[in-house]
Design a protein around this ligand. Structure first.
Ligand SMILES: [Mn+2]
Length: 332
């Protein structure tokens, strides 16, 4: 069986905390994606299967496009009226990723796979080799002897499938396929899930896509591509939540591109940016220089407190520095 199941250390510690406590709050990051939601709901359902008192919280209502995900309707924007003994934070590199000013209650358990994790928890289980946080939850449930119900299996399948870009990205390990196979055996339906994720998109997604594709900027002979979405574009498309997952990965797919940068204008002088690479330029380093974090090939940052254009130039400056470094080191 997978070597993961033999791991000691943080996984055993997290399993013990779950065994020894009764009241849990499960949270994940802002602008949730398939891995954060799949991990959060799988863990919530598993805790309830263990007979624990468990709630899941998010700062904003989850977009209806995720309503097919089992357990997602249990994620509330209201905090429970009881005090958690343990807050489980999944798929977050830092506590502020949960929500601005978020203060976890009780013992804080950080379960994550981001390279840039700042170890904000009382217990930190950070496995940068995990393809998704869902992979860690899968291992944790095995450790706790929680069987994969069809619902939990569907959540974990979504987590692994989306974070590997549909089993295409560089984090697509053999273990990703083992987990997916187990989830399908346990009742996850890849065709049904695929239908919801890839074939049922809000129309506004296409307006944003058209906007991004219509304003691509190429630099360094096409090694760098960047584009941006302004607030007026979100207004026309029906809101920020309709932005398709993977839009920045999609422009990375342009032939010759080594790094793709997608900038988003947010309310109140805030800029959000995604970086996507192809194994040559370190996106994690650029994101960190911009106050964010992430993985080598996928990272992001939020820049606050300056006008959008100024923030954009600051971010692009950091990107150009990194591309120039890579080029001068003989990158081709
Ligand atoms: Mn993830």
């Amino acid at each position: 069986m997978p070597e993961l199941l033999n791991k000691t250390g943080p996984i055993a510690q997290v399993a013990n905390i779950i065994r020894e406590n009764d009241r849990f709050l499960v949270v994940s990051h802002l602008r949730p994606d398939g891995d954060s939601l799949g991990s959060q709901t799988a863990l919530l359902l598993a805790l309830r299967a263990l007979g624990k008192t468990a709630s899941a919280w998010a700062v904003e209502p989850i977009h209806r496009k995720w309503s097919f995900l089992p357990g997602v309707h249990h994620i509330s924007t209201e905090m429970p009226d009881w005090t958690p003994e343990v807050t489980l934070v999944v798929d977050c590199g830092a506590a502020y990723r949960v929500a601005e000013g978020f203060q976890p209650v009780g013992k804080v358990v950080d379960i994550d796979h981001h390279l840039s994790n700042d170890m904000f928890g009382d217990v930190n289980w950070v496995d940068t080799e995990a393809c998704a946080t869902g992979e860690q939850i899968y291992a944790l449930l095995a450790e706790l002897d929680v069987p994969l119900s069809p619902e939990i299996a569907s959540c974990l399948y979504v987590a692994v499938m989306t974070d590997t870009g549909g089993f295409r990205f560089s984090n697509t390990t053999a273990q990703a396929f083992r987990i997916a196979a187990d989830c399908v055996m346990a009742g996850a339906d890849p065709a049904e899930i695929g239908l919801h994720i890839f074939e049922t998109r809000p129309a506004g997604e296409f307006l944003l896509r058209a906007k991004v594709f219509g304003s691509l900027h190429f630099e360094y002979d096409g090694a760098l591509v960047w584009s941006e979405i302004h607030m007026v574009d979100y207004d026309a498309a029906g809101g920020e939540e309709v932005e398709p997952e993977g839009l920045s990965s999609e422009i990375r797919g342009i032939e010759g591109v080594e790094i793709a940068v997608l900038l988003h204008e947010m309310p109140e002088g805030t800029l959000r940016v995604n970086f996507r690479g192809k194994g040559k330029v370190d996106c994690s380093r650029i994101a960190t220089a911009c106050g964010g974090g992430g993985h080598f090939n996928a990272s992001g940052a939020v820049v606050r407190g300056m006008p959008y254009e100024e923030a954009r130039d600051f971010v692009l400056g950091k990107v150009r520095e990194a591309v120039a470094d890579w080029k001068s080191a003989g990158g081709i």
